[in-house]
Design a protein around this ligand. Structure first.
Ligand SMILES: C[S@@+](CC[C@H](N)C(=O)[O-])C[C@H]1O[C@@H](n2cnc3c(N)ncnc32)[C@H](O)[C@@H]1O
Length: 207
């Protein structure tokens, strides 16, 4: 495997030294897109948040800042991501407002009906079956809870195809595919937005 493919593939499940480098770069590289995504849910006031596929934990930290009364549980199946997310949010963990758990979104080991908000930034490309994983998200949300999915590839642009070729198992979805999977997983309503001039998408659903 060439170095570029090896490095880019670390986005799927960061491991070892290259994984640490990738997680660091994702924390800064995804911040603008994540903040654009969060601008869609400014009217929500969640108490309990679950941040799925949390990577290096920057977005969990941002949620803790934006919602100063909320608690955030951050989940990632990569040991490297979970450990770096815990380091990033150490002060909030010590304050009792943040937990980081290693876990897979396809089999969430979390209390049912607990969360007001679930977020997923730049991660659903790698989830093993959208509908099955979205059903896991629905299970842990409260009735009326909100699910925000944000991606920087909209499933229609050339970049997405390029990355799909480089990263085994990656799939970029259109907003229509994400909305359909949300509805099939039991969400009652879904709404999508596309960035004005970038292939960024945000899809918001209610349980
Ligand atoms: C491209 S990174 C994005 C990280 C972070 N959300 C961000 O925006 O910077 C994708 C992350 O999703 C995690 N991930 C992928 N599939 C997962 C799954 N099935 N369960 C939990 N985490 C998963 C990966 O380990 C990785 O840390």
């Amino acid at each position: 495997m060439g170095f570029i493919k090896k490095f880019i593939s670390q986005t799927r499940k960061p491991e070892g030294f290259l994984g640490k480098l990738m997680v660091n770069s994702m924390n800064s590289g995804h911040a603008k897109m994540a903040d654009w995504g969060l601008s869609h849910i400014e009217s929500i006031v969640p108490d309990e948040i679950v941040e799925l596929g949390c990577g290096g934990g920057r977005n969990a930290g941002e949620l803790l800042k934006r919602y100063p009364c909320a608690k955030v549980t951050a989940i990632d199946y990569s040991e490297v991501s979970a450990s770096m997310a815990a380091d990033y949010n150490r002060a909030m963990i010590d304050a009792g407002r943040c937990k980081v758990q290693q876990g897979d979104v396809s089999a969430l080991n979390l209390p049912e009906g607990k969360y007001d908000l679930a977020t997923a930034f730049e991660t659903i490309y790698f989830w093993p079956g959208l509908e099955k994983c979205f059903a896991q998200v629905a299970k842990v949300l409260k009735s009326g809870g909100c699910f925000l999915v944000v991606c920087e590839l909209d499933g229609a642009d050339g970049f997405g195809r390029k990355y799909e070729k480089l990263i085994d198992g990656m799939k970029c979805y259109t907003t229509a595919e994400i909305e359909a999977a949300m509805k099939a997983a039991g969400f009652s309503a879904a709404k999508a937005d596309h960035h004005r001039d970038k292939p960024w998408i945000a899809v918001i659903a209610r349980k």
